[in-house]
Design a protein around this ligand. Structure first.
Ligand code: PEP
Length: 247
C-alpha cells in the first residue's frame, strides 16, 4: 500500500520571517498519520522552516540543487549542504527550472542520482506543454522524460523516488487536468516504471499529480488508482493547504 504524499512547492515566495510565521500557524493543522506532508521552500527559508517544524514529522524539501559535490558554481547549492541541514526532499526537473533555467533531461538525471546517493528523496517532475497535448504526444513525451531522468538508477533506488506528473498547461493557470486525464498519464508513468524495474517495484513508487490542485479538486484527483497525492504550488502558500492534506 503506497502512502499518499502531499508536498507544497512555495516557488519564489515567502521571506524567512514569513516562512517561520506560516509554519507556526500551519504545523498542527497539517500533521497527518495518513499522509506524508512536505513543505518545499526556497533555500533561504530552509533554516527557519526546519527549526519551526522540528519534531512534527512534517518533511522539509528544497526546490532545486546542483549535481556537483562542490566547486566553482557561483550561486548554486549542493546536495551535501542540504543533507547537513536536515533537508529530506528536493524537487528536481520542475518545468519552471526546465523552461527558465535551461535544465535538460541529462542535468535532471545527474541531480536525481546525486540526491539518491546522498539519501535525499527526489520529487522528480515531468509533464507536457499544451502544444504537446494537442499534438497527441503527451504519453510519449512523459515516457522519454522518465526514462532519461532515471537512466542508471537501480530498482532499489527508484523505489525512493517520488514522481510528480505536472502538465505544464495546468501549473498556476487554474486549469486542472481532469481526474481521468491525470490518471491516464500517471498510469502510463507506472507502466514505463514497470518496464524499467518490474511490476513489483513500479507498484511501490509514488506518483503525484500537480497543476492547480486545490481544496475542491484534491479528493477526486487523489482517489484515482495511480495518483498517490499531489505537488501543490499556489494553494500551498495559504491555509487552503490544510484541506488539501486532509482531502
Ligand atoms: C507547482 O508549482 O508545481 C504547481 C503545481 O503549481 P500550482 O499548484 O500553482 O499549479
Amino acid at each position: 500500500m503506497r502512502k499518499k504524499i502531499v508536498a507544497g512547492n512555495w516557488k519564489m515566495n515567502k521571506t524567512p520571517k514569513e516562512a517561520a510565521e506560516f509554519c507556526k500557524l500551519m504545523k498542527e493543522k497539517v500533521v497527518s498519520d495518513a499522509v506524508e506532508v512536505v513543505f518545499c521552500v526556497p533555500f533561504v527559508d530552509l533554516y527557519p522552516v526546519l527549526e519551526e517544524l522540528k519534531g512534527t514529522g512534517i518533511g522539509v524539501g528544497a526546490e532545486n540543487m546542483h549535481f556537483a559535490e562542490s566547486g566553482a558554481y557561483t550561486g548554486e547549492v549542493s546536495v551535501q549542504m542540504l543533507k547537513e541541514m536536515g533537508v529530506g526532499y528536493v524537487i528536481l526537473g520542475h518545468s519552471e527550472r526546465r523552461q527558465y533555467f535551461g535544465e535538460t533531461d541529462e542535468m535532471v538525471n545527474q541531480k536525481v542520482k546525486k540526491a539518491l546517493e546522498t539519501g535525499i528523496v527526489p520529487i522528480l517532475c515531468c509533464g507536457e506543454t499544451l502544444e504537446q497535448r494537442e499534438a497527441g504526444i503527451t504519453i510519449e513525451w512523459v515516457r522519454i522524460q522518465i526514462k532519461c531522468a532515471l537512466a542508471g538508477v537501480s530498482a532499489e533506488d527508484a523505489k525512493k523516488v517520488v514522481v510528480a506528473y505536472e502538465p505544464i498547461w495546468a501549473i498556476g493557470t487554474g486549469k486542472t487536468a481532469t481526474s481521468a486525464q491525470a490518471q491516464e498519464v500517471c498510469h502510463a508513468i507506472r507502466t514505463v516504471l514497470a518496464e524499467l524495474y518490474g511490476r513489483e517495484t513500479a507498484e511501490e513508487i509514488r506518483i503525484q499529480y500537480g497543476g492547480s490542485v486545490n481544496s475542491k479538486n484534491a479528493a477526486e484527483l487523489f482517489a484515482m488508482e495511480d495518483i498517490d497525492g499531489g505537488l501543490v504550488g499556489g494553494a500551498s502558500l495559504k491555509e487552503e493547504f490544510v484541506s488539501i492534506v486532509h482531502y
